[in-house]
Design a protein around this ligand. Structure first.
Ligand SMILES: [Zn+2]
Length: 195
């Protein structure tokens, strides 16, 4: 099968992370074959994107005024800074950390025009001051952009007097937080270091 609409579907699917053109074509065939699946998937996608927005406190995605993490009063005031919502879920579901989160929605990448403003650094610093967070854990990827983001944040947070730590041992060089197994994540958390 080859037509403009099919190619368009494959093109969109292949923009998802980890999906090459072969997989995208398989998914496209599955969607074309199952109209009920296609309809419910498009309904869920539309509903999701009509309702979700960034939590005004931590930039997690939510369909209510504030996200579930911020509403949970049993959590401590330490903050874990993550690149995206997938990383937040990985760390939260591993049960390693019972504090609050802050989602950057990216890493510093000046060549792509992503700087401290886009990542909400000012809001993060203000949040640390407001909550008096005793520790800020930078749970960011061990990549060049991740390193650059850590050192920027280390400097930006220094005047607040909070203890700034980052994930270390266990996180392989070039690895993404979202992709590593929970055992490695436990090690990385336990081996976090002050920066
Ligand atoms: Zn929140």
């Amino acid at each position: 099968m080859s037509s403009d609409w099919f190619d368009a579907l494959v093109n969109e699917l292949s923009r998802l992370p980890g999906i090459g053109r072969r997989t995208a074509a398989r998914l496209a065939f599955a969607l074309v074959d199952d109209r009920e699946l296609s309809r419910s998937l498009s309904d869920v996608l539309r509903r999701t994107f009509e309702m979700i927005h960034e939590c005004p406190v931590c930039r997690n995605l939510t369909d209510s005024e504030m996200c579930q993490v911020c509403l949970d009063r049993s959590r401590g005031n330490s903050l874990c800074v993550v690149e995206n919502v997938a990383d937040l879920k990985s760390i939260d579901e591993a049960g390693l950390f019972r504090g609050r989160f802050f989602v950057l929605h990216g890493l510093l990448s000046p060549l792509d025009g992503i700087g401290p403003t886009q990542l909400g650094f000012d809001r993060l610093v203000a949040l640390v001051r407001e909550t008096g967070a005793p520790e800020v854990i930078l749970a960011l990827d061990a990549t060049a952009d991740g390193e650059a983001t850590c050192s920027w944040l280390g400097r930006a947070l220094e005047p607040t007097g909070t203890r700034v730590t980052r994930l270390a041992r266990g996180l392989p060089s070039g690895a993404s937080v979202e992709m590593i197994d929970s055992g490695t994540l436990v090690q990385a958390f336990e081996g976090r270091q002050k920066i």
